[in-house]
Design a protein around this ligand. Sequence first.
Ligand SMILES: Cc1ncc(COP(=O)(O)O)c(C=O)c1O
Length: 400
Amino acid sequence: MAGDLRGEFLLDPDVVFLNHGSFGACPRPVFAVYQDWQLRLERQPVAFLDPLRGYAAWMRQAREALAAEVGADPADLVGVTNATQGLNIVARSLPLAPGDEILTTDHEYAALDKTWAAAARRTGARIVRAAVRLPLDSEAAFFEALAAAITPRTRVLFLSQITSPTALLFPVARIVAEARARGIWTVIDGAHAPGHIPLDLDALGADFYAGNCHKWMMAPKGAAFLHVRRPLQRMIDPLVISHGWTETMHSGDEPGQFGNTPFIDSLEMQGTRDPSAFLAVPAALAFRRAHRWDEVAARCRRMLDALEARVCAMTGHAPFAAPGFRAPQMAALQVPDCDIAQLQRELLARFAVEVPCFLWNGRRIVRVSVQGYNTQADLDRLVEGLEALLPAAAAPALGR
Ligand SMILES: Cc1ncc(COP(=O)(O)O)c(C=O)c1O
C-alpha cells in the first residue's frame, strides 16, 4: 500500500524523505486542485478576488470544511499563510505591559521563541521558560512543571501541542484549563497537530490556537489557520492593515465589511494575494478520506515505534517519551556525540536520506518523520546510515 502511495506524491524518487515534519508534502491530486485555483485566479483576477463574486464564499467553504475537521465553529478560525504568521498576529495583539510574564517551555520552536522575545522587547514583558524534563511520561509531571512557574504576573501561557525539536505530544488540556481559570491568555502552537492527531479545538478551549494544514494535513504550502475564542476576537489586530480593517472593529459588534466578522474580514482581505493553498484544504481532506488516512497513519506509527526501539537499542539512549506522549508520526532520536551537521550531510550524500539532525539543549538529535509514502525500506536505509556513520562510541551496542 505504501508503495502505491509513494506514486501519489511529487517527492523526488531518488531521496528517502524522512522529513515530512518540516514542510509537509502535498499529494498530486491535491496539488492539481491547488494549481487549478491558481489558473482560475490568473484567468480572471478581478472576478476571482472580488469578495462579492466568489472569493469570500470560496474561502468560507474552505473554512467550513477545515472547522469540521478540527472541532471548531467556522466563524472562529481564519486562514493564514503559516503557523508562524498566526502566532505573530497573537503576539502583536496582546496588550502586554512591563513586568508581565510570558510562560513557556524549553521545547518551543526557535522562530516562535524569537516572536515572543520581540514581543517582550516591545512591551517590557519577561519570558519565563519552564523546563519540561525528559522522558515525558506523565501528565501530572508536565502540569506541575508549568503550574509551578505561574506567578501573579503571568499573563500568557505559550505551548506547542507537538514540539518541534523533541517531537513530544504535550498533554496541554489540563494546564490550558488551569491557566484560563486564572485569567491567563493561553496560546497554543499547533503547527504539527492538524492531520496528525485528532483535534477538538472547542473542547480544548485555548484562547488562541494556530495550526498548519500544509504539514500533516498535506495541503499545499501556505495553508494554515488561526483560531481565536469568540470573546477575544475583537482584540486581534492584523499584522497587515488593509481593506478588511476598520477603525471601530475593536470596540463593537459591527459586522465585517465583506460579509464575515471583522476578525475574519480583517485577516482575509489583505491586499492582492493568492489564496489557492487555503482553498485546496478541502481537497486535502478528501484525499485523506479516500485513502483511509487513519489506517495509513496507524501503519506509520507502528513503523516508527519499531524504528525508535531499534535506534535506542543501537545508541543506548532512552526514548524521549513514554507511549502516548510522543508525536504519533514523528520521533526525536538521541544519538551519541558526533558532528551532528556532518551526520545530516552524510546521510543525504551517502545514503540519500533526508532527515534533520541538530543539537538541542546539549543533546544530538535525529528527528524522523514517517508519512504514508514511506516504506520499511526507507527506515532500514536510515538505520544502515546511522550504523555506518555514528562514532565508535555506539559500536559496542551495535555488536561491531
Ligand atoms: C512547533 C512549530 N511551530 C511552528 C512552526 C512553524 O511553522 P510554519 O513555518 O509553517 O509557520 C514549526 C515548523 O516546523 C514548528 O515545528
